[in-house]
Design a protein around this ligand. Structure first.
Ligand SMILES: [Zn+2]
Length: 308
C-alpha cells in the first residue's frame, strides 16, 4: 500500500533493506534471458500480482531516504538500464505530450504527426515540427541528463532507452542511447533518402539534392517503431539488474512492456515520475518527484561510498 509522505510529494512504496550486502550486485538474474517467459509473465491480466522482491519492506520514507534507497538499488543491482520519457525533457522546459498543458492538448497529433498530414497539409505539418525544433534550439540538457551521462562514463549505467526525440541525452554526453521513437536531430528526404541535420527543417522543407519533401526522422503516428531499437531495448530490459524509469507515464506501447520484461527476468524496477503510472504496482521503488533532484540526491549518496 503506497504511503504518501512529505510536503514535496515523494513517497516510498517499499523500502530497500538489503543495502550494502556484498554480492547483491551479482544476481544470477542478470544473465537470465527472456527464455521461458510466457506472455502472461509480461502482460498479466488486471488484478494479477507479479512476484515482488522481499528485499523491501513497506515503510514510509522522506525525500532523503528515498534518494538513498535509489542509490542503494543503483549500487547493488547492475547493470543499470534507464527508460526515459517526456518528463525527463520537461525539466529542460520542453513541452510534455500527454499532460494537460502538453503539446497534444494544443495540437491534434492524429492530424499533424502523420505522413498523411505531410502529404495533405504540409504547411501545418512543418509548422508543428518547426515549433518543436525552435523549442529544442533553446533547450539545454538538465542535471538529470548530465548525471546519467556521468554514470555511463563511470560504468554505473549501461544504456538509456528513450521515448524522447530531442537528443538531449546525447547532448549531455550519453553514448549508448536507444531512441525508440526516432529523433528530431536528423531529417530525411522522402524521395531520395538523403539525410541531413534536423535543424535544416527550419530553413527548408525540400531536399537540396532532388527537391523531394523532407521529414523528421521521428516515428509518426501509424508508423512502426524501428525494429533494431525495439529489439535492443528488449534485450537491455531482459538482461539488466535494475530498470529505472524516469519521467514516463508508461501508457504507450511498447515502452510500457519493458519494465515488465525486466521484472519478469529478475531485475529490480524503480520508477521516478510526477504522476502515478499503471506499473507502480510492480516497482520495487516509486518516487514522486523531480528527476533532476532525485538523481542528484542518489548521485551524492553514490559518490559518498561507491566502491568503484
Ligand atoms: Zn532528396
Amino acid at each position: 500500500m503506497p504511503i504518501w509522505v512529505g510536503w514535496h510529494g515523494l513517497f516510498l512504496r517499499k523500502r530497500f533493506a538489503g543495502a550494502g550486502k556484498p554480492g547483491l550486485g551479482k544476481k544470477k538474474s542478470i544473465m537470465r534471458g527472456k527464455k521461458g517467459l510466457t506472455k502472461a509473465d509480461l502482460f498479466p491480466a488486471p488484478g494479477d500480482k507479479m512476484e515482488t522482491s522481499n528485499t523491501f519492506t513497506g515503510k514510509a520514507g522522506f525525500g532523503m531516504e528515498t534518494t538513498k534507497n535509489l542509490a542503494e538499488l543503483v549500487k547493488s543491482f547492475r547493470p543499470l538500464v534507464v527508460l526515459s520519457g517526456a518528463g525527463m525533457s520537461t525539466e529542460s522546459n520542453l513541452a510534455d505530450f500527454r499532460s494537460r498543458e502538453g503539446l497534444w492538448a494544443r495540437f491534434d497529433p492524429m492530424r499533424l504527426a502523420t505522413l498523411s498530414a505531410l502529404e495533405r497539409e504540409p504547411g501545418e505539418f512543418y509548422a508543428f515540427y518547426r515549433m518543436r525544433l525552435e523549442a529544442l534550439r533553446q533547450a539545454e540538457p538538465n542535471s538529470g541528463h548530465r548525471i546519467l551521462a556521468d554514470w555511463e562514463k563511470k560504468g554505473i549505467l549501461s544504456a538509456v532507452v528513450t521515448q524522447n526525440v530531442d537528443g538531449l541525452h546525447q547532448r549531455a554526453g550519453s553514448q549508448n542511447v536507444v531512441e525508440l521513437h526516432g529523433s528530431l536531430r536528423t531529417v530525411r528526404c522522402i524521395r531520395c533518402g538523403a539525410g541531413m541535420p534536423g535543424m535544416e527543417l527550419l530553413e527548408r522543407t525540400e531536399c537540396r539534392k532532388c527537391g523531394g519533401p523532407l521529414r523528421p526522422e521521428v516515428v509518426l503516428f501509424g508508423e512502426t517503431l524501428p525494429p533494431e531499437a525495439l529489439e535492443e531495448s528488449e534485450r537491455l530490459a531482459s538482461t539488466c539488474g535494475l530498470f529505472l524509469v524516469l519521467g514516463s507515464s508508461l501508457v504507450v506501447s511498447p515502452a510500457n512492456s519493458l519494465p515488465r520484461i525486466a521484472k519478469a527476468c529478475g531485475a529490480k524496477v524503480a520508477i521516478v515520475n510526477r504522476e502515478p503510472t499503471p506499473l507502480d504496482g510492480i516497482a520495487d521503488l516509486v518516487v514522486r518527484g523531480e528527476i533532476g533532484m532525485t538523481l542528484a540526491g542518489a548521485d551524492a549518496e553514490i559518490e559518498g561510498g561507491y566502491p568503484g
